[in-house]
Design a protein around this ligand. Structure first.
Ligand SMILES: [Zn+2]
Length: 278
């Protein structure tokens, strides 16, 4: 098997493990939060993963990402309580996200810029995947993690631009392009939040948009991300909104999916869009 295929397979497995781990962390945080007010007897959290209904301690073979979920058909081994669709989604989608990011690493021609860009995007991806999973489970975006993602995005912009400026010389677009990207992704959700007084989008969405705008660094990639996120969010959430009459849409997971697609296929989008300007 060639190196690239092996690398991509490892990226998928790593992603699935990370998705599983981050989902577990998100569930724990949510569980602790929910337990605070109530005095009801609930299973204690253990160092090892437990079933939140019956307290069954998961064995190692219950913890294999994707495989265990499929073998157990999404139910607890002991009490048959449903584990939830979030787990398998988090594992498969994070696996795919890692794999897609992996395709952007040019292994034949490793440049300093390309490699630094890849590593920083990878670290950034982990932080926003956690936000997406947490948002999907609890409908909240923790402020601390939003700040972490914004800081990583800012580090990426600064580092990449210093490298580019040292190699090709300074160009003002190095500064205004990332600002435009942030204005598009952060700005739209901030306006939606203010206009709807927090009814359509959550208060953290514009901060997540800001972080993703920084990591993308290009306004047209921000536009593509915005488009994909909104189309997906409407398609997936419309039936849910109709059923529950709750107009709030959790944009977090869809924004992160949009980011991964826009970033991975940026070259394709670049050529497709440049056709319009010819
Ligand atoms: Zn159980």
């Amino acid at each position: 098997m060639d190196m690239k295929a092996l690398f991509l397979m490892l990226m998928f497995i790593l992603g699935a493990c990370f998705g599983s781990f981050l989902c577990c962390q998100a569930r724990r945080m949510e569980y602790k939060e929910a337990k605070k007010g109530k005095k009801k007897k609930a299973p204690k959290l253990n160092k090892r993963s437990v079933c939140l209904k019956c307290g069954y301690k998961l064995k190692w073979y219950d913890n294999i990402p994707i495989v265990s979920w499929l073998l157990l058909k999404g139910k607890c081994r002991e009490c048959k309580e449903k584990i939830g669709i979030a787990e398998i989604l988090a594992e498969v989608l994070t696996g795919l996200a890692f794999l897609m990011l992996g395709t952007t690493l040019d292994m034949d021609w490793m440049s300093v810029r390309g490699t630094v860009d890849f590593i920083l995007t990878f670290v950034f991806l982990i932080s926003v995947v956690f936000l997406a999973i947490y948002d999907g489970i609890s409908g909240k975006l923790p402020l601390v993690w939003l700040i972490v993602a914004i800081v990583i995005g800012a580090i990426k912009v600064i580092t990449t631009n210093i490298i580019v400026a040292m190699m090709d010389g300074f160009d003002p677009s190095l500064i205004y392009m990332p600002i435009a990207a942030v204005a598009i992704l952060g700005g739209v959700y901030l306006i939606l939040y203010i206009v709807s007084k927090g009814r359509w989008v959550g208060d953290g969405d514009w901060l997540l948009g800001t972080a993703i705008g920084l990591a993308l660094m290009e306004p047209w990639l921000a536009l593509i991300t915005l488009f994909i996120a909104n189309v997906l969010a409407c398609a997936v959430m419309a039936p849910v909104v109709k059923k529950t009459k709750n107009a709030k849409i959790y944009f977090g997971p869809f924004m992160v999916i949009g980011f991964v697609i826009a970033y991975t296929f940026s070259e394709f989008f670049f050529y497709a869009l440049s056709g319009f300007y010819m």
